[in-house]
Ligand binder design. Structure first.
Ligand SMILES: Cc1cc2nc3c(=O)[nH]c(=O)nc-3n(C[C@H](O)[C@H](O)[C@H](O)COP(=O)(O)O)c2cc1C
Length: 181
């Protein structure tokens, strides 16, 4: 395998989203042979089987294509009311059709300005990814607490967090390579 393509999907739509910034910070922390493409969900409509039957909307086609072309997927979520966000669930619902997600390597990630890093959100996301038969990276599990204080723009300024994320990306890269052997 030459360069490894990862599509990274943030579960928040807002412009100043900490989750988006966390994903944009990953490229600088990834091994040299890993490319990370952040795919934002702002244009994805709510899943509707009638719409699917009439033909995937262009934004959904773009999401499905980005996932199909990637060697691995990162879903990053904040916590909304003790769970992962509707935006991520909706993207998963669209992407799951036709078995596109089954058997694909995936690494869940979470972060929050709070003290726990959206651990409950990540746990509930993991259950859905496992349900789909995805190959979910089991460890290390990264949930970044006080994310607002660890970012400087689109960069992780906190050294320890940067180190954790860098190691996590290397382990995910190795997991993808292993699964593709
Ligand atoms: C509807 C809603 C529910 C939330 N519920 C939780 C929660 O259960 N636990 C938590 O730690 N933070 C919760 N938060 C705070 C989010 O973690 C915080 O707004 C975070 O910055 C959102 O992610 P973003 O910056 O990527 O948009 C909630 C925020 C919203 C808008």
């Amino acid at each position: 395998m030459n360069s490894i393509k990862i599509v990274a999907v943030p579960g928040s739509l807002r412009e100043a989203s900490l989750t988006k910034k966390l994903l944009f910070s990953l490229q600088a922390l990834a091994p040299d042979d890993v490319e990370i493409n952040v795919f934002e969900l702002n244009d994805i409509p709510i899943y509707n089987k009638d719409v699917e039957d009439a033909g995937y909307p262009p934004s959904v086609l773009a999401l499905r294509q980005a996932i199909a072309e990637a060697d691995g997927i990162i879903f990053a979520t904040p916590e909304y009311n003790g769970s992962f966000t509707g935006a991520i669930k909706n993207a998963i619902d669209w992407a799951s059709r036709g078995g596109l997600l089954a058997g694909r390597p995936v690494a869940p990630l979470s972060g929050s300005p709070g003290a726990l890093g959206a651990t409950k959100a990540q746990q509930s996301l993991r259950l859905v990814l496992e349900h789909l038969g995805m190959y979910v990276l089991t460890r290390p599990q990264i949930a970044v607490p006080q994310l607002d204080k660890k970012l400087a723009g689109d960069r992780i300024a906190d050294e320890q967090t940067a180190e954790f994320l860098s190691t996590w990306l290397t382990i995910f890269r190795d997991w993808i390579v292993q699964l593709n052997k």
